[in-house]
Design a protein. Structure first.
Lengths: 169, 113
C-alpha cells in the first residue's frame, strides 16, 4: 500500500491476468481527465520517478494513436505506444499499451496490454476515484511483463503477502 | 473464478480471494489444516482443495507432524507476481504522487487564483 496525502492506493487482482490499481485524487473528474489527456501535463506525472519524459504524442480520438518516450536515469530511451479504443470525456478511457523493444515497429501491438481507466466522482464531485485496470490478455504476455524487470526495486518477497492482505478489505 | 486446478499457476492461485486469505494466514507462520479451517471459517473440503492448488503451484509446502499435516508458505513461488506488482504498483504510486501536484496547479488556474 502506498500512502500519499492521506490517500491510499489499492492493488488487487481481479483475475490472474489483470491488475487493478485504485486511488482517489483531490480534484473533480474533469480536471483529472485534463491532466490525463493534455500532453504538457502528462509529461509532468507519467514517468513517475524513473526519469524524464521527452515525448508525449497523443492523437486523442477513438482509433488514434499515442506514443510516450522516457529517458530513464542515465540510460537509454524507453518508449511506449498504443491506440485509444474508447473515450468518454471526463469519465473513461480505454487504450492499449505496449512497451517498445529494439527493432519493433512503432505501430506494432504485439504484447500490448489493455488499460481501462474510469474517472468516478467522489466526495460530491470534489474528488475522483481513478481506477487503472490493466488486462494482460494472456498469461504469456503477463509473464513477459513480469520478466521484463520493470525495476520495481529489490524488496523482500514476503512483502507481497502483506500487500495482498492489505488489499483484501 | 471456478477453474480447473490443472490450469493453476501462481497468479491464478493468488487471484482467488480465499487462497489469498490462506497465504496471508501462512505468512504469519505454519498452520495445520484444522487451524486453517477454524481461522477461515471454511469447510475442510474447501480448505483442502485450496491447499492442493497452492501446493501444485509451489506456493505452500506440507510436512507431517504426527497425525497432523502442517502447511508452510513458500514465498519464492510468488516471485512472478511480486515482479509484476512491484513494476506496476511502485510506478503508479509515484505517478499519483506527481499527479496530485499537477492537479493542485490546474485547480488553482481554473479558480482564477
Amino acid at each position: 500500500m502506498a500512502q500519499a496525502g492521506g490517500r491510499t492506493m489499492d492493488v488487487t487482482f481481479p483475475s490472474d491476468v489483470e491488475i487493478l490499481i485504485t486511488r482517489t485524487v483531490d480534484a473533480p473528474p474533469h480536471l483529472v481527465f485534463k491532466a490525463w489527456t493534455t500532453p504538457e501535463l502528462v509529461l509532468r506525472w507519467w514517468p513517475g520517478r524513473r526519469g524524464e519524459m521527452t515525448v508525449a504524442e497523443m492523437d486523442f480520438r477513438v482509433g488514434g494513436r499515442w506514443r510516450y518516450v522516457m529517458l530513464a536515469h542515465g540510460e537509454a530511451e524507453v518508449a511506449f505506444h498504443g491506440t485509444y479504443r474508447e473515450i468518454e470525456p471526463d469519465a473513461r478511457i480505454v487504450h492499449t499499451e505496449v512497451m517498445e523493444f529494439p527493432g519493433m515497429a512503432q505501430d506494432g501491438e504485439d504484447g500490448a496490454v489493455v488499460n481501462t481507466v474510469p474517472f468516478a466522482p467522489a466526495d460530491d464531485g470534489a474528488a475522483t476515484r481513478v481506477s487503472i485496470r490493466t488486462h494482460a490478455g494472456s498469461r504469456e504476455v503477463r509473464d513477459m511483463i513480469a520478466q521484463s524487470g520493470m525495476e520495481g526495486g529489490v524488496r523482500e518477497q514476503f512483502e507481497i503477502i502483506g500487500e495482498i492482505a492489505a488489499s483484501l478489505t | 473464478m471456478a477453474r480447473a486446478a490443472t490450469t493453476a499457476d501462481a497468479f491464478n492461485a493468488v487471484a482467488e480471494p480465499r487462497r489469498r486469505e490462506i497465504l496471508d494466514v501462512l505468512a504469519g507462520g505454519e498452520r495445520t489444516v484444522s487451524e486453517l479451517v477454524e481461522l477461515l471459517e471454511l469447510a475442510q473440503p474447501h480448505v483442502s482443495r485450496h491447499l492442493r492448488v497452492l501446493r501444485e503451484v509451489g506456493a505452500v509446502e506440507v510436512r507431517d507432524a504426527g497425525r497432523q499435516r502442517v502447511y508452510r508458505l513458500q514465498p519464492q513461488a510468488l516471485k512472478p507476481i511480486h515482479d509484476w506488482v512491484s513494476g506496476y504498483a511502485d510506478l503508479w504510486a509515484d505517478r499519483f504522487d506527481l499527479l496530485d501536484g499537477v492537479l493542485g496547479d490546474i485547480q488553482d488556474q481554473e479558480s482564477g487564483h
